[in-house]
Design a protein around this ligand. Structure first.
Ligand code: SF4
Length: 310
């Protein structure tokens, strides 16, 4: 018998809930819509939306190189939804240019980050984003930070350690810019971003640059991470529920591991293994921002079957 405890904040965030509601309202099986790329990093949500008439097209990266293929005919009803992660300005204009009716579900928190990147570039600051350069949200933000010649004025940096940052500064093509606007992928961990900013400040002693920092982190994500850390501290085993490709779910796992809890990341209930919970008296449960309530409930029910409840 073990006690199963839920994190005080977890699961679907405002941005994903909003995007899913908008798409559900717009689509019917008779009048489907298309989405520009993966709606959320969760296959269960994607399947559910597919049944209601939301069909997923290749993501903007693929769309990027092949705008001509995104035609009103291909999209079916001529309506295309931009997902919560957002897309760059050029993608948006090209979809409009293809004659498509756009349903924009970009999360307002992501839109805010896009606007900051755009403002930095317009004000002649170079944007430095702490994030994953391959992540859809980051690629979208980059797409709002092009100068008048269409050149990117953004550098994405993946690691916060000072040696890596020094290398970025020293090897910058044409010399490091003297005015940099610093921001983060919305779902990054707050401690990591603080470390990133702190190390940049230390490097200002070595390199001559001015720095303007904006906190573009998402409160929903930082709240979930804090709740997961608090719970992980009190339990023997943590189960993190969410898509394997979901960045914020992976970060939740890292947060729990950093608290010393044995942590397992599953997408769905059947993945749970009985031997993970041997000897555990308290088991914690948390879930990423793209994990629907139903998946969390199913994992909790399966956990209860495996370990009973104290
Ligand atoms: S995690 Fe935050 S930024 Fe991302 S979709 Fe949800 S509310 Fe928006």
């Amino acid at each position: 018998m073990a006690e199963i405890l839920r994190a005080s904040e977890m699961g679907f965030c405002m941005g994903v809930r909003r995007a899913v509601h908008i798409m559900e309202d717009e689509a019917t099986p008779e009048k489907p819509i298309a989405s520009a790329g993966e709606i959320v990093h969760n296959p269960h949500v994607v399947e559910q939306l597919e049944r209601t008439g939301v069909h997923q097209l290749p993501g903007p990266d693929e769309v990027d190189g092949n705008f001509g293929a995104i035609t009103a005919e291909r999209v079916g009803t001529g309506r295309i939804a931009i997902t919560a992660h957002g897309v760059g300005e050029r993608v948006l204009r090209d979809l409009e240019g293809a004659g498509l009716n756009i349903i924009d579900t970009t999360c307002p928190v992501v839109t805010r980050a896009q606007r900051y990147a755009q403002k930095f570039v317009r004000d002649n600051w170079h944007a430095l984003i702490f994030g994953d350069p391959g992540h859809k949200e980051v690629r979208g933000i980059i797409g709002w930070a092009l100068d008048e010649e269409g050149q990117s004025r953004v550098t994405v940096v993946e690691h916060a350690d000072i040696d890596h940052l020094r290398q970025v500064i020293e090897s910058f093509p044409g010399g490091f810019p003297n005015k940099i606007g610093v921001m983060a992928q919305t779902t990054h961990k707050i401690d990591d971003f603080a470390h990133f900013v702190g190390n940049l400040m230390l490097l200002q002693r070595e390199a001559n640059f001015e720095m303007h920092v904006v906190n573009t982190l998402c409160h929903a994500t930082t709240g979930q991470q804090a709740a997961a850390a608090e719970l992980a501290h009190q339990v023997d085993v943590m189960v993190v529920v969410g898509g394997k490709k979901s960045a914020n779910t992976r970060h939740l796992r890292q947060v729990c591991e950093a608290e010393g809890a044995r942590t397992y990341h599953v997408e769905s209930a059947p993945e749970l293994q009985p031997d993970w919970f041997e000897g555990a008296e308290r088991i914690g449960l948390t879930a990423g921002a793209s994990t629907p309530d139903r998946s969390i409930d199913e994992v909790e029910e399966r956990l209860t079957e495996l370990v009973g409840t104290a």
